[in-house]
Design a protein around this ligand. Structure first.
Ligand SMILES: Nc1nc2c(c(=O)[nH]1)N[C@@H](CN(C=O)c1ccc(C(=O)N[C@@H](CCC(=O)O)C(=O)O)cc1)CN2
Length: 297
């Protein structure tokens, strides 16, 4: 029997409804600032979605655009200005930055209490230490999707995260560990990757290689949370056409898994929903407000 599809679009919409209700319960509107450097078309689309969804949830959105030839000092000066602006609750630097800019150094300039992407060393340290803090958005989305498929108690599940990036693989492993899962991080040097993946109750491909994990990598009935969003040529749709695929080969995995996220419409939409949720959490922490119950549910 084909796996049931985990509808990331619908679940992200549910998260946004909760964020909008939480915002209504706050004494004033939180503000999210998004910095875009350069003209990467995909980044422009993501930033526009962030602005639109921030405003739809009742929050204020600030948008800063720097040219592709902006210097490191100019990017960092923009971050410093937003750090100093008391009205701003969250700062997001859209990645990737144009070649020649050091994204790690720039991210590190974001004040940890405004780090709604959860990417600063302070946020990463808090995650490792199990302390309260702002968590990276895509990995948080993965946990929410797994819970929607399997129920809130993930304890004892064996999670195999394939990929060890700072943005997704490592924080996803730590977030599942915090849910009392048994976690394996697999990567390009892992021996017999397919056998390791077949141990997983929850398989999280996050390697950035289109359709790399086939049904052979999936245990019968497992849950596949596919982080990959890869654009590939699709000549079957016409000349010059393309389509999005995950890191898992959907058709073969769907026949083996119990639950699976599609691409598009799986993990991707959760990234922005979790960013909006983090903006409310950051505003509450900065301003001494209690977090509305709807976000603690
Ligand atoms: N500072 C950050 N930069 C980037 C992040 C991030 O979390 N923080 N993640 C990605 C881009 N991203 C958000 O910024 C993002 C990617 C994908 C989606 C999404 O909803 N994708 C859709 C498909 C969209 C399409 O048709 O192209 C889906 O998967 O259904 C949202 C946000 C890199 N940069």
């Amino acid at each position: 029997m084909a796996a049931s599809r985990i509808d990331g679009k619908a679940i992200a919409a549910d998260v946004r409804v909760n964020v909008a209700s939480a915002v209504k319960a706050l004494p004033s509107q939180p503000t999210l600032a998004v910095i875009l450097v350069g003209e990467d078309p995909a980044s422009q689309v993501y930033v526009n979605s962030k602005i639109k969804q921030t405003e739809e949830c009742g929050m204020r959105s600030l948008h800063r655009v720097l040219p592709a030839n902006a210097t490191q000092a100019e990017v960092e000066a923009e971050i410093a200005a937003l750090n100093a602006d008391d009205e701003v609750d969250g700062i997001l630097l859209q990645l990737p930055l144009p070649k020649g800019l050091d994204s790690d150094a720039a991210i590190e300039k974001i004040s940890p209490d405004k780090d709604v992407d959860g990417l600063t060393e302070a946020s990463a340290g808090r995650l490792v230490l199990g302390k309260l803090g702002l968590r990276p958005c895509t990995p948080s989305g993965c946990v929410i999707l797994a819970k929607r498929a399997l129920g809130d108690d993930l304890s004892g599940k064996h999670v195999v995260v394939v990929g060890r990036s700072i943005l997704v693989g490592k924080p996803a492993a730590l977030l599942f560990l915090a849910e009392n899962c048994t976690v394996t991080i697999a990567h390009s040097r892992t021996k017999d990757l397919a056998a390791v993946c077949r141990e997983a109750d929850i398989l999280v491909p996050a390697v950035g290689r289109p359709q790399m994990l086939t049904g052979e990598y999936v245990k019968a009935g497992a849950t596949v949370i596919d982080v990959g969003i890869n654009r590939i040529d699709a000549p079957e749709r016409g000349e010059g056409k393309s389509r999005l695929v995950g890191d898992a080969e959907f058709s073969s995995c769907e026949n083996i898994a119990g639950h699976i996220t599609p691409v598009p419409g799986g993990v991707g939409p959760m990234t922005i929903a979790c960013l909006l949720q983090n903006t409310v959490l950051a505003a509450c922490a900065r301003r001494g407000w209690s977090v509305p119950d709807i976000l603690n549910a």
